[in-house]
Design a protein around this ligand. Structure first.
Ligand code: ZN
Length: 348
């Protein structure tokens, strides 16, 4: 089969032939229909510090996908050939403290598809039965693939309620915009998006957001205070991982407000912890993955009901052979979500 490899340490990726994986007794084999590229894949491609410490080449990367089950292991009970699935990409051990106390998303021994084990930028991928999420046949494969990152956005946004609350979103990459969409769908009274990259701001405006500001031109703290009677937002969704955004986001969060941190900083962050956290009395959540599987049911409800439409976030479609072209767009922050297909694509 054709697959996209990180074949050796260094920048880039290679499209190569690989054997079709053989599912174990509790695994299912999926014929991949569509994949989408995650920020993590960009890290792996550019071979940053994190990738160098975590990724063991040669390996197939990619983890956001949807496809059709073609084979199941002998112990598999709930999935059958012909089922359309996506995957929860955190493979939990099932027996550590976290797994046994309802926190599989925080498993001590987690293995991540396409990071720790061979992933989904391939014609076929095998996953544990438990990780397969059955999709309605009517859900387009591109949208089905995006449920995994959308789940991050849902988890971050809805960890506490947002209804009738003011919300700031710092960072309008795909997950940032998805988070804003979830807040809007859940009845947030105000959504302010802060993003320095023009292409990303334009995408946020295209999907209907009005308060989309460029922090280079407009002070986001002032803007947010002006729009919240001087109080600041009740909910701050940190989707950028940038020092400045974290500072500005906290300073424009209301005393006693809530913060969800999903953006991953490149290194250590320095804060005026006393003023911006302690005396502000904010409640802070680190967001890791999706709750298994509570978040997935929310994802399904938001998509099936039409409350959130992810389609406009797809800006490009390529085949595996064009991985370099796709990565260049993402590295330069010129794309929203990019779909990659195993096969050459027909124009639609
Ligand atoms: Zn575990």
């Amino acid at each position: 089969m054709k697959a996209i490899f990180k074949y050796k340490p260094g920048v880039g990726a290679e499209v190569r032939e690989a054997p079709i994986p053989s599912p174990g007794p509790s695994e299912v084999l999926v014929k991949v229909k569509a994949t989408t590229i995650c920020g993590t894949d960009v890290h792996i491609y550019t071979w940053d510090e994190w990738s160098q410490s975590r990724i063991k080449p040669p390996m197939i990367f990619g983890h956001e996908f949807a496809g059709e089950v073609v084979e199941v292991g002998k112990n598999v009970k709930t999935i059958k050939p012909g089922d359309w699935v996506s995957a929860e990409t955190h493979i939990a051990c099932g027996h550590c403290y976290q797994c046994r106390t309802g926190n599989k998303h925080l498993c001590e021994n987690v293995k991540i598809l396409g990071v720790d084990i061979n992933g989904a930028f391939a014609e076929y991928v095998k996953i544990p039965e438990e990780n397969a999420w059955k999709n309605d046949v009517s859900l387009p494969p591109e949208i089905a693939a995006m449920q995994e990152p959308f789940g991050n956005a849902v988890h971050a946004t809805l960890i506490e309620d947002v209804t009738a609350k003011s919300v700031s979103v710092f960072g309008a990459g795909p997950i940032g915009i998805m988070s804003a969409m979830v807040a809007r769908a859940a009845g947030a009274s105000l959504v302010v998006i802060v993003e320095p990259e023009e292409a990303r701001r334009n995408l946020a405006k295209k999907v209907g957001f009005e308060h989309v500001i460029n922090p280079i031109e407009t002070d986001p703290v002032e803007y947010i205070l002006d729009h919240t009677s001087g109080l600041g937002v009740e909910v701050f969704l940190e989707m950028s991982g940038a020092q400045k955004a974290i500072e500005q986001g906290l300073r424009s969060t209301r005393k006693g407000g809530r913060v969800s941190f999903l953006g991953i900083p490149k290194g250590h962050i320095t804060l005026n912890f006393a003023e911006d956290v302690v005396f502000r009395g904010v409640k802070m959540y680190g967001i890791n993955g999706r709750k298994m599987f509570e978040t997935w049911y929310k994802v399904k409800a938001l998509l099936d009901s039409g409350l959130v439409d992810l389609k406009p976030l797809i800006t490009h479609k390529f085949s595996f052979d064009d991985i370099d072209k796709a990565m260049e767009l993402l590295i330069n922050k010129k794309a929203g979500k990019i779909v990659l297909y195993p096969q050459k694509i027909e124009e639609d």
